[in-house]
Ligand binder design. Structure first.
Ligand SMILES: *Cc1c(COP(=O)(O)O)cnc(C)c1O
Length: 371
């Protein structure tokens, strides 16, 4: 396609890990969100097998009918405890959690304030809710403050990614919360990329910033650092009760296979005990940033496992990604509309399952291709 925008899928023939097999060929991969390397962890594979033996393959019904098992319940209790919130509710995916939470909490007559670089699922959620939408420039607290100054009737909900998925930078959550407090707004934090990675014992972005407020509605996904599948919202009990009754993407859908919850209970333990994994991830990150500091293309400012290399032009980004692939290295090119025009990039993601030698190989290949 002329603009270099046509998407294609490739078929993996191996588990997700830094070393994958695609179309019969081995690749060193830097494009999963499996930040702690848990997706193929033997303990989680074993837990899923145990879970299937105990509960079968599928839940067979929605949570409000007969699909809500003890495994789901135990996981919700463990997740709420892990992120220090009174209650938690499991959703099938992060996409569905965002749709459900926003649609259940605001509607016509209410206003949503959203960062322009928020994840697509949050953008779709706002539209579906039928609330008025006010978007503010990326991390622009001053503009958000201005928008909140204007008197409005109805509820106010501020929504932000905690770690922006295509940029890897953090939202200034303490400043956002202060504004929400001043203007009596709720705050929905999407921690898809912070849960398991940031904060003490991987408890996520709220722990990282030491934030605790009943205003905060916390959403995190379980298919990224947690290595399995699913998502949850954690909040005050009254908020969770509202979601149980009004979030369509919770009510009108089949519960996830209970075996996933059994595996996720073990995953939380691995995350909690994963200081070694997170320390290794930090070392790889420092290695990558220092190894690429003098490259023609620049890494965007990011201190997380998401390290985007800014290319600019769509075709150039795609060509670089293809050239790396010819050298056996897999890094995804991210192009509009996923990111703004003129900011096509290679989204390099690191995992605790990478070795220093893996990162050295990527650095070497990028320097060669820059010549
Ligand atoms: C991946 C992601 C989601 C969606 O989560 P899934 O469980 O994959 O549906 C939501 N928000 C952000 C910021 C994400 O990166």
């Amino acid at each position: 396609m002329a603009q270099g925008l046509l998407r294609q899928r490739r078929t993996l023939q191996s588990p997700q890990s830094p070393h994958i097999v695609v179309d019969g060929k081995p690749y060193l991969s830097f494009c999963s969100n499996d930040y702690l390397g848990l997706a193929n962890h033997p303990e989680l594979i074993d837990a899923m097998q145990r879970g299937a033996a105990q509960y079968g393959a599928g839940a067979g019904a929605a949570h409000l009918v007969s699909g809500h098992t003890r495994a789901h319940h135990e996981l919700e209790v463990a997740l709420a405890d892990f992120v220090s919130k009174p209650a938690a509710l499991l959703f099938s995916t992060g996409y569905m959690a965002n749709l459900g939470a926003v649609q259940a909490l605001v509607g016509k007559g209410d206003t949503v304030f959203a960062d322009k670089l928020n994840h697509a699922s949050l953008n779709d959620a706002m539209l579906l809710s039928r609330a008025e939408v006010q978007r503010y420039r990326h991390n622009d607290i001053a503009q958000l403050a201005q928008l909140l100054e204007k008197p409005r009737s109805g509820r106010k909900l501020v929504i932000a990614d905690a770690v922006f998925s295509m940029d890897g930078d953090l939202a200034p959550l303490p400043e956002l919360l202060a504004l929400c407090e001043r203007h009596d707004a709720w705050m929905l934090v999407d921690d898809a990329h912070g849960f398991g990675v940031l904060g003490e014992q991987g408890r996520g972005s709220l722990a990282h910033f030491k934030l605790d407020s009943p205003r905060i509605i916390y959403m995190a996904t379980l298919g990224k650092a947690a290595g399995v599948f699913g998502a949850f919202v954690a909040a005050e009990q009254v908020v969770i009760n509202t979601l149980v009754n009004h979030a369509h993407s919770y009510v009108y859908t089949t519960a996830t296979p209970p075996a996933l919850s059994v595996a996720l209970l073990d995953s939380i333990k691995l995350i909690e005990q994963g200081d070694g994994l997170r320390a290794h991830l930090q070392l790889l990150l420092a290695q990558l940033r220092s190894g690429l500091h003098d490259l023609r293309w620049k890494l965007m400012p990011s201190s997380t496992a998401i390290q985007p290399l800014l290319i600019g032009d769509n075709k150039a980004a795609l060509e670089l990604s293809n050239a790396l692939r010819e050298r056996g290295i897999w890094v995804a090119a991210i192009r509009p509309p996923t990111v703004p025009q003129g900011t096509a990039r290679l989204r390099i993601t690191l995992s605790a399952a990478h070795t220093a030698a893996d990162v050295t190989r990527l650095i070497g290949a990028l320097h060669e291709l820059a010549r």
